[in-house]
Write a protein that binds this ligand. Structure first.
Ligand SMILES: Cc1ncc(COP(=O)(O)O)c(C=O)c1O
Length: 363
């Protein structure tokens, strides 16, 4: 099949760029002497996960039990569920997963850990956990070394879990200028290291220190005392990463083919890809929903559910109804989750059609 034969909107992956992105990150992490455990929430696609393992990843990271189940069903057997798992329905699924694969889970409080431990002990299991630290994002995670050591001591008394390490998602780096990122990454790495050392000094076997983000990857690869890295969006990249200076536009491997369905005026083109194609995630200004690769000065400035609005006042193209435009989404992870399938292309040839197996697995 040829890319021009695809009906739109269609999510397409450029295989050459995907392979290059996967190889580059694998090299960076390997040269830094660390293990790679990519976050698969970006692609949600077992075929891409297998490419990451083939390039040297030691396992995968997921955010939800549903993602873990989808990847376990596809044969993945080493999974870090890097999130707080709360509620008996999820705990039961987590225990079922722990019987099938090597499973690690995040915790940041006794309120999260105690029910998990109780149910695991009753089932004759001991689940390895990693303490989540906040290093600046202001999301879940312990804020101080003292809090982490106090929790570590409480967890050491629980029968159904075993502290295995510490982790952070240094997502705050994404909001910084490229110059400010390096010192902030090193500070985050130092905090993770310090907590791991303090836990070990208190007799708690926190063996592994794990960090994870694409904007921080270069600096984290060089940081001492870090064992594992979990970048996610690097497989595809997106307009957000381009605007934040992480990467050049021609490294973006994911795009959406959309068809022009209306030309109400010379200044406006309407496409068949709106928020149900790209998601509602958009940048603050300019071409907010995505980069129109045919002409980056065409501004994809707003969208309804099934309509994309392109402002062509500064554009050089004048597309006609029926023309197909290729648009790099603002946020790859959110756009992928809108699609059942992704078309893997080499140049203009469609080499494979992949199911986005963990699409919509929000529980
Ligand atoms: C816990 C965790 N680890 C790793 C990542 C990967 O970060 P990035 O998307 O910047 O590659 C994320 C992203 O949200 C995350 O939440």
């Amino acid at each position: 099949m040829n890319i021009h034969d695809l009906d739109t909107p269609a999510l397409v992956v450029d295989l050459d760029r995907l392979e290059r992105n996967i190889a580059r990150m694998a090299d960076l992490v390997r040269e830094g002497g660390k293990r790679l455990r990519p976050h698969v929430k970006t692609h949600k696609t077992p075929e891409v996960g297998r490419m990451q393992l083939a390039a040297g990843a030691s396992g995968i990271t997921v955010a939800k039990p549903g993602e873990a189940e989808a990847f376990a069903d596809a044969g993945f057997d080493d999974i870090f569920l890097a999130n707080q798992i709360v509620g008996s329905a999820k705990i039961e699924r987590l225990l079922a997963l722990a019987r099938r694969v090597r499973l690690l889970v995040g915790v940041d409080s006794l309120d999260v850990a105690e029910p998990l431990s109780r149910r695991a002990a009753a089932a004759g299991l001991r689940i390895p956990v990693r303490l989540e630290l906040d290093t600046g994002l202001d999301r879940a995670g312990l804020r101080t070394v003292e809090q982490a050591v106090a929790l570590g001591k409480d967890l050491a008394r629980l029968e159904g879990i075993a502290v295995q390490g510490v982790f952070t998602h240094e997502g705050h780096l994404a909001r910084m200028s490229p110059e400010a990122r390096r010192p902030a990454a090193l500070e985050a790495a130092a905090k993770v290291r310090q907590v791991a050392a303090a836990l070990r000094a208190a007799g708690i076997p926190a063996e592994e220190a794990s960090v994870g983000s694409t904007p921080g990857a270069r600096d984290m690869a060089a940081a001492p005392g870090i064992d594992e890295m979990r970048p996610g969006v690097y497989v595809y990249y997106d307009l957000m990463q381009v605007q934040r200076g992480t990467i050049a536009a021609d490294d973006c491997a994911l795009s959406v083919l959309t068809t022009v369905i209306s030309r109400p005026s010379r200044e406006v083109a309407i496409t068949d890809g709106g928020t149900k194609t790209f998601s509602g995630d958009a940048g603050p200004e300019g071409s907010r929903f995505g980069l129109v690769t045919n002409d980056p000065s065409a501004r994809f400035d707003w969208a309804n559910e099934e309509h994309g609005h392109l402002d062509l006042r500064d554009a050089t193209i004048q597309p006609r109804v029926g023309d197909v435009l290729r648009i790099v989404p603002w946020h790859a992870c959110a756009a992928v989750n809108m699609h059942d399938t992704v078309f893997a292309c080499r140049g203009e040839r469609v080499e494979a059609v992949w199911q986005v197996a963990a699409r919509g697995r929000i529980r």
